[in-house]
Design a protein around this ligand. Structure first.
Ligand code: PBG
Length: 305
């Protein structure tokens, strides 16, 4: 039997069912069970994530279940997973990447240009906020939290004029959407690891890691190696307005877009680096170090603690 720990949100359950189905397909004889758990990040909705301990609050309960041998695999959205796993745990495989884009969503199809000055755009992500304000300084960003459903509800009920959400999450939940605009580089770069599902195991559980190995996606692994090397170089966490996207072409060339902004969008340092996909991590380090040296250090020093 293999036990998969998951959060209880509809998106988390979808993603864990997806990994469970892949395991069932590879190992039809093995029974696969889900262990749905509540996390502090899901329960406490009236405070910002940084107040209750950063993005890690979504992970801790799942990691505890792994460490206490209540589950064998935890399934996460990679973009919510900090650069380092706690002692005794490791990330095992990344599944084939979904859509990496951010979607601009409105009830009536208006683009950012078409909204009046002072229109309200819901997002709690400093990365989305800073890149949006950089291009459209007259829009008003309002922080929103809660599930993908909750955030869509704030838009459809008119409490905000637009929201920005990850395409992957909306597609997985099969939201019926009429008015959406995909945002992408160079103007708008997604979160490192956006659209990627990752599994985490006990570091010494070689059996489970071997079972998972054939489910992993080599293209996605190289992309996230580059993107997460940028995060590691900048010491990034959820409060850093940092964006990175790696893409690989048919010839094995990897192109990495990375951008660090100040939260108000006034400052931005960005790099586009290109090289062989085998050098994915080195390319990410190169981009990250260059960003640090050319103004990134100052942006980071000025971030709110
Ligand atoms: N931060 C929350 C979160 N974590 C993963 C996804 C969607 C799936 C993904 O991008 O991997 C979302 C929702 C969103 O950002 O809109």
């Amino acid at each position: 039997m293999i036990r998969l720990a998951t959060r209880k949100s509809p998106l988390a359950l979808w993603q864990t069912e997806y990994v469970a189905d892949e395991l069932r397909r590879h190992y039809p004889e093995t029974s696969i069970e889900l262990l749905p758990l509540s996390t502090r990040g899901d329960e406490v909705l009236d405070r910002s994530l940084s107040e209750i301990g950063g993005k890690g609050v979504f992970l801790k309960e799942l990691e505890r279940a792994l460490l206490e041998n209540e589950a064998d695999i935890a399934v996460h959205s990679l973009k919510d997973v900090p650069a380092e796993s706690p002692p005794g745990l490791k990330l095992s495989v990344v599944m084939p990447r979904g859509d990496w884009a951010d979607w601009w969503l409105t009830a009536d199809g208006r683009t950012p240009d078409e909204l009046p000055s002072g229109a309200r755009v819901g997002t709690s992500s400093l990365r989305r906020q800073s890149q949006l304000i950089r291009q459209y300084p007259d829009l008003d960003v309002v922080p929103i939290r809660g599930s993908v459903q909750t955030r869509m509800g704030l838009m459809t009920s008119g409490q905000v004029d637009a929201v920005i959400l990850a395409a992957a999450g909306l597609q997985r939940l099969a939201f019926p959407l009429e008015h959406r605009l995909a945002l992408g580089p160079p103007a708008f770069i997604p979160s490192p690891g956006q659209g990627v599902i990752v599994t985490q195991c006990r570091a010494d559980d070689e059996h489970t890691q071997q079972l998972l190995a054939p489910l992993g996606c080599p293209d996605t692994a190289d992309q996230v190696a580059a993107e997460r090397a940028v995060v590691a170089t900048l010491g990034g966490d959820c409060r850093m307005p940092l964006a990175a996207l790696a893409q690989i072409d048919g010839k094995g060339r990897l192109t990495l877009h990375a951008r660090l902004c100040s939260p108000d969008g006034r400052l931005a340092v960005e790099r586009v680096v290109e090289g062989d996909r085998q050098d994915a991590e080195a390319l990410g380090l190169e981009a990250g170090e260059s960003i640090l040296e050319h103004g990134g250090r100052e942006i980071i020093a000025a971030l709110p603690a």
